[in-house]
Ligand binder design. Structure first.
Ligand SMILES: *[C@@H]1O[C@H](CO)[C@@H](O)[C@H](O)[C@H]1NC(C)=O
Ligand SMILES: *[C@@H]1O[C@H](CO)[C@@H](O)[C@H](O)[C@H]1NC(C)=O
Ligand SMILES: *[C@@H]1O[C@H](CO)[C@@H](O)[C@H](O)[C@H]1NC(C)=O
Ligand SMILES: *[C@@H]1O[C@H](CO)[C@@H](O)[C@H](O)[C@H]1NC(C)=O
Length: 352
């Protein structure tokens, strides 16, 4: 079902090649295949992101502080992006996964994530709702707690939306994962009720205390719904067919590829490829539908893509742009010593 786009990709590939050799002068509005949209100060760590609340902005979470930022994408490649601190989640030290569960409403994981000691702790999940009316540029959202996950049992990480109210449902459903126990839970942002729905050996770390399931993404292919997920410790990319209402498994847990310490991942609906933020290898990886895995940007000894943490596709005109957050190398410094400020990067995927 993905063959119809291959000619488009070839065409884009050809254009990218020409651009690469003649410089942008002849095509002044074309963006370069890899660019940095915004860089935070040294010591920062961006953990996850979502497009919104408008198509021309990105919400990004930080691990080194309880900060949710909105990054306004520049109108043209020569302008600078601007950022806005949307909310500080006091009483927490870190934020993790974020997902849009209704138009302009986002679920955000808050907790105390230690970057060195991967111990379970107390987490909460919040709702961050932006006004639906034509948003004044700096209008602040309403922030409300959805639920606490207490008793120091959890190490929450990735989050994805399974169903939105928009699709005729009365409640939305999000899925979130616990990296230490290798489990995926379902949560209703409207009621705060949550429960375990997926647990499998492919989600667990190879030894206690390591990070297992990390990035999770709901993907619909034809009539089937899958959860794509990676496991940082076992370096695998996997998927399982799930029930679109309950989130429970309706097929086998299948490993698609292995080889990189993966943080989050994203599915390309045009090609069937999966893009993986291979955090500790400082590279962006592409996994094709037949399981072939290849580095498409960055290098272990380069700052180019230093510590990629998550990736999402843009919306509207930017639907072929992949936005990627980084740690700046905080977890695994380049060449053992080099770090930089966390970045929001943009990749033109058809040019990689
Ligand atoms: C963008 O930011 C850089 C660094 O702060 C500055 O030197 C440059 O003039 C800015 N460019 C525009 C178009 O504002
Ligand atoms: C989690 O919360 C409980 C109850 O408030 C507290 O006793 C415990 O120390 C907390 N755990 C951590 C890791 O902060
Ligand atoms: C996080 O750590 C701070 C400072 O140690 C503490 O006050 C707070 O209760 C902790 N929060 C959670 C959710 O464990
Ligand atoms: C890391 O070390 C390698 C080998 O010495 C060198 O080629 C590379 O330029 C270094 N990376 C950076 C970002 O300095």
């Amino acid at each position: 079902m993905f063959t119809s786009t291959s000619t488009i990709n070839l065409l884009f590939g050809f254009l990218c090649l020409i651009l690469g050799t003649t410089h942008a002068a002849a095509f002044p509005t074309t963006e370069t295949p890899i660019s940095t949209i915004y860089q935070f100060e040294k010591g920062s760590w961006l953990e996850n992101l979502a497009v919104g609340p408008t198509d021309d902005s990105i919400l990004a979470t930080r691990v080194d502080g309880p900060y949710l930022y909105r990054i306004h994408l520049p109108a043209n490649p020569h302008a600078n992006a601007s950022t806005e601190l949307v909310h500080t989640f006091s009483h927490f030290q870190s934020l993790a996964g974020i997902t849009e569960y209704e138009p302009n409403a986002f679920a955000v994981i808050a907790g105390n994530l230690s970057l060195t000691d991967l111990a379970p702790g107390n987490f909460s999940i919040y709702s961050v709702r932006f006004p639906n009316d034509p948003p004044p540029h700096h209008h602040h959202p309403v922030v409300q707690k959805i639920t606490d996950l207490p008793n120091s049992q959890f190490f929450l990480n990735g989050m994805t939306t399974l169903a939105t109210c928009e699709e005729g449902e009365e409640e939305s459903t999000v899925l979130f994962c616990d990296s230490l126990t290798g489990r995926v839970y379902r949560l209703s942002p409207q009621t705060g009720i949550y429960g375990l729905v997926l647990e499998d050996s492919t989600m667990k770390p190879s030894q206690p205390g390591n990070l297992g399931v990390n990035g999770i993404r709901t993907v619909t292919i034809g009539h089937d719904t899958y959860l794509y997920y990676d496991n940082s410790d076992t370096t695998t990319i996997n998927r399982v067919r799930i029930d679109p209402a309950t989130g429970r498994a309706t097929g086998p847990y299948t490993t698609l590829a292995r080889g990189h310490f993966a943080d989050d991942l994203v599915f390309d609906h045009e090609t069937g490829d999966v893009y993986v933020a291979a955090q500790k290898d400082n590279v962006l990886v592409r996994v094709t539908p037949d399981g072939h895995e290849a580095v498409v940007a960055g290098a272990p000894d380069r700052l180019t893509v230093a510590g990629p943490t998550s990736a999402v596709f843009g919306k509207g005109r930017q639907s072929r742009t992949l936005y990627v957050t980084t740690t700046g190398g905080s977890a695994a410094p380049i060449n053992g010593t080099l770090t930089e400020g966390a970045k929001l990067m943009a990749f033109q995927v058809d040019c990689l």
